[in-house]
Design a binder for this molecule. Structure first.
Ligand code: TYD
Ligand code: MG
Length: 458
């Protein structure tokens, strides 16, 4: 009998090596290599990958001779999911949903399974028992007529047997880290198992045209465990993220072969499942009763391709200690320090002896540089104790010399502010070129320097 072939895998990034290494040359992590048996030498187990594909002969075809037909996508009742997928589920597609434990991946998928009564769905769970799933379904309260089948199984060969019997039109796997294939000896969750199981599911999806959703846990570092290899194999990677202490969750397309990878969907975790949030600006603007509060400004920002208005809050107070405190929640602290330095050096605001706290409402983390202007205005409003008039929105990046720089997709940002009933938006002068200002009801004020804004508002 031949020897079983084994190899070493980095458990962090999936790098493969013939011998054990202390440090991974790919991701620089220490002590992450684990030996995994990658091929069983004993009798081959028959499964989905029987010789079917090797009998087929492929021929090269000229690209103009290939007839493309837009395949009908499956529309789910979940509009946010449709949007993130690029307009519904593509037949035969393999989608990976990654996220930290407890963020709501299982809830999202079970909810999908329960809200599509016309579709036969197989929900395979290796994590929870039938009772637990039923309990969750009761909680979501949509379990009445759905034709959803539950299978608690972790061996892929058995799963495929069940698939042949049930003939589902959509398969959900919860989670890929619990599956194991009889072709590989290593334990579930290891790099080679995860890769093999995904490959089997991929073959099944492509050959049968059945869409498959795979749930995958991510590691503390934020990458999908058992890792990059998975991302290359699947058609779409969706990341489910959010702060567990906040109720809002964001579903983000990280990779999408069938749509834009800058789409995102927003949900609210409630007592009875996830609720779609179709108008995020409404929740992100805190319910402000008084307009005399200082240190609050509104920014028009883009999250992926989606415009939304967000509230920036700042508090500037005299420092009680020698070293002033600086803290930013939801915004890059280094960027805040840079903006503070610009205010100090260019405009003479004495911020270096003051504590500055910055907060982005709603628990969101914003990376869009277009909120710079709103950040600066919130800080100055708090420092000077002068409120910013209500109905005003800012959208501009601020440069080191205090210039207001152009941002992308300014028309979308303006349209969003107009839609929500704001009266005035401040943008960069460079953005106003080619912009038909008369088209909008909202007043558009193009500026080139931050000083001009101070003169207008304070
Ligand atoms: P879950 O879907 O189990 O997370 P994952 O599969 O990503 O590990 O979600 C778990 C959390 O969601 C749990 O802390 C409870 C909460 N939850 C609600 O708040 N409301 C609900 O209706 C459900 C089903 C879960
Ligand atoms: Mg789960």
């Amino acid at each position: 009998m031949a020897k079983a072939r084994s190899t070493y895998f980095c458990q962090n990034c999936g790098f493969e090596s013939a011998k054990w290494l202390g440090k991974c040359p790919s991701c620089d992590q220490w002590n992450t290599f684990v030996e995994e048996v990658i091929e069983k030498t004993a009798s081959k187990v028959p499964d989905w990958r029987t010789e079917k594909s090797s009998n087929r002969t492929s021929k090269a075809a000229a690209i103009h001779s290939i007839v493309y037909k837009e395949e009908a996508r499956l529309q789910t009742p979940d509009k946010e999911l449709n949007r993130v997928l690029g307009g519904g589920i593509v037949p035969g597609s393999l989608t990976l949903i990654g996220g930290e434990p407890g963020i709501g991946k299982s809830t999202l998928m079970l909810q999908l399974a329960l809200t599509m009564p016309k579709l036969k769905i197989l929900y395979v769970s290796g994590e929870e028992s039938e009772q637990q799933l039923k309990m969750r379904a009761e909680r979501i309260k949509q379990s009445s007529q759905a034709s959803c089948y539950i299978l608690t199984e972790t061996a892929t060969q058995n799963i495929f047997k069940q698939i042949e019997q049930v003939e589902p039109e959509l398969v959900i796997i919860d989670s890929i880290q619990t599956l194991h294939s009889a072709h590989i000896d290593s334990s579930p969750g290891s790099v080679s198992q995860v890769r093999e199981c995904t490959a089997e599911l991929l073959r099944f999806a492509k050959e049968s045209g059945t869409p498959v959703f795979i749930i995958g846990h991510i590691t503390k570092e934020g990458s999908i465990a058992g890792p990059k290899v998975l991302e290359h194999m699947v058609d779409t990677v969706l990341q489910f993220e959010g702060d567990r202490h906040h109720v809002y969750r964001i579903l983000r397309a990280v990779k999408n072969r069938f749509g834009s990878s800058s789409e995102l969907g927003i949900y609210e975790m409630q007592g009875a499942g996830l609720r779609e949030v179709s108008n995020p600006s409404e929740i992100l603007l805190s319910h402000r009763e008084s307009t005399t509060l200082t240190g609050i400004s509104i920014a028009s920002m883009l999250e992926g391709a989606r415009p939304m208005l967000i509230e920036v809050q700042a508090l500037v107070s005299t420092s009680a200690y020698g070293t002033p405190q600086r803290s930013a929640t939801g915004f890059d602290a280094r960027r805040m320090n840079m903006l503070l330095a610009v205010l100090e050096k260019r405009f003479g605001f004495r911020l270096s002896i003051q504590d500055v706290f910055l907060n982005i409402a709603g628990g969101l983390r914003v990376e869009d540089p277009a909120i710079d202007l709103a950040v600066i205005m919130a800080i100055i409003s708090s420092q000077q104790d002068i409120p910013i008039p209500s109905g005003v929105v800012f959208a501009g990046e601020v440069g080191l010399s205090g210039e207001i720089r152009a941002i992308n997709r300014v028309d979308q940002r303006i349209a969003e502010a107009e839609k929500l009933g704001f009266e005035k938006i401040y943008i960069s002068k460079y953005n106003s070129k080619g912009l038909d200002i008369s088209r909008y009801k909202i007043e558009i004020v193009p500026l080139s320097k931050v000083e001009e804004l101070f003169q207008q508002l304070f």
